[in-house]
Design a protein around this ligand. Structure first.
Ligand code: PLP
Length: 375
């Protein structure tokens, strides 16, 4: 779509679509940049939420350096657009080595994440150009229970040592994604969580140090924990949050931001009235909203802007069903074709469903962002 074909205002957008409030994006990014700077920690924003050059340019304040990606598709997309110092923040697998090899040769800094000694054999078997070394970061599981070497296991030393003992490898440090911060509610819980998570990571760092292995990077990051950081997080070297560029209703519920910080909404239109069920039907089903949150919190999973009594109660592929939480609904307030704006539960999964995002400042559409897709 050429910019000439852009709708003039938010009221004119084709629906369903994702709206990005550029002023809120800039504010959210500035706040996270300030938080990291004030704590003396390097911000390495994760770009998986938006997957766009425009978004990453704002998150990196135009430096085009120091980002985390979740897929090699993102790494290649950002590298092709002038980005450098990229961390592929997903445990390396053998089939991905040739693509990583190309990126490591092409960029001045490309880091891979690993969590097994076996992975070091794969990189040993894949030499880089003369003068180049693989830069590897050990993924630690500080309690989330996903990938990573468990923080208090002896494997931490063995797996780190495997990198140190591999010829063409530079052991760069440790990384944890503290995804359990999403189970917290309120600032106090977030800070207690952040303190424990950091203590565990520091324990790993110190254990490695005692074994003669230095960590240049000691990083953690999730949007909840970095939005309300614990004091001891200043002992870390890097934060890796990503969702904060947009935030979402889940972060409002957690207490990591306010509804006014949420920079993304799905615009949808009323397409049918069902008086017998007190129900509005819209053209936004799970393909534009995602199912995230519906299972966890039922019909409290999203907010319909300016209509606090309305709930999105059910979705099929392209239809949404909206009913009042209490009392009746006056259908004359919602004529067919009228616009509603939904704050999604989890911005990463909602944004992922959209081939492009309409960017607005106030009511004016000012641009369109085209995310990269794939793996
Ligand atoms: C490995 C890793 N690092 C960083 C992040 C960023 O966390 P958040 O989405 O809470 O900003 C994620 C998100 O899933 C992740 O998987």
């Amino acid at each position: 779509m050429s910019d000439a074909a852009l709708p003039a205002t938010v009221a004119d957008v084709p629906t369903p679509c994702l709206l990005v409030d550029i002023d809120k994006v800039k504010r959210n990014c500035q706040r996270m940049t300030d938080t990291a700077r004030n704590m003396g920690v390097q911000l390495r924003p994760h770009v998986k939420t938006h997957k766009t050059i425009e978004g990453a340019d704002i998150c990196t304040a135009g430096t085009r350096r120091k980002i985390v990606v979740s897929t090699l598709n993102e790494a290649e997309f950002f590298a092709a657009n002038g980005y450098d110092d990229i961390l592929y923040g997903f445990p390396i697998s053998k089939e991905k080595i040739p693509r990583c090899q190309r990126l490591a040769n092409q960029l001045s800094e490309f880091h891979i994440l690993y969590d097994s000694a076996e992975a070091m054999q794969w990189v040993q078997d894949a030499p880089l150009n003369p003068g180049k070394q693989w830069s590897v970061i050990l993924k630690i599981d500080t309690g989330y229970g996903r990938a990573g070497v468990v923080w208090d296991s002896d494997d931490v030393i063995t797996v780190a040592k495997a990198a140190v003992d591999t010829d063409n490898v530079r052991f760069h440090g440790i990384y944890t994604h503290c995804g359990s911060s999403y189970d917290c509610t309120g600032v106090e819980e977030l800070k207690t969580f952040g303190t424990t998570n950091t203590d565990r990571l520091i324990t790993v760092r110190d254990k490695l140090k005692s074994a003669g292995i230095a960590c240049e990077t000691v990083g953690t990051g999730s949007t909840p924990s970095c939005s309300k950081p614990a004091d001891n997080m200043a002992a870390l070297t890097e934060f890796h949050p990503g969702n904060y560029i947009f935030y979402d209703y889940e972060h409002v519920r957690i207490g990591a931001c306010t509804l006014d910080d949420v920079a993304v909404r799905v615009a949808t239109r009323v397409i049918s009235h069902k008086p017998s069920k007190k129900q509005l039907v819209t053209n936004s089903g799970f393909t534009s909203m995602s199912q995230d949150g519906l299972k966890q919190v039922g019909d409290e999973f999203c907010v319909i802007q300016d209509h606090p009594n309305l709930r999105l109660v059910e979705m099929s592929q392209e239809h949404g069903k909206i009913r009042p939480a209490t009392g009746d609904i006056d259908f004359t307030d919602y004529p067919l074709g009228s616009l509603l704006f939904l704050y999604p539960y989890h911005a990463c999964s909602t944004a992922y469903n959209h081939p492009f995002y309409y960017v607005h400042s106030g009511e004016k559409i000012v641009g369109v962002w085209r995310p990269t897709r794939g793996w």
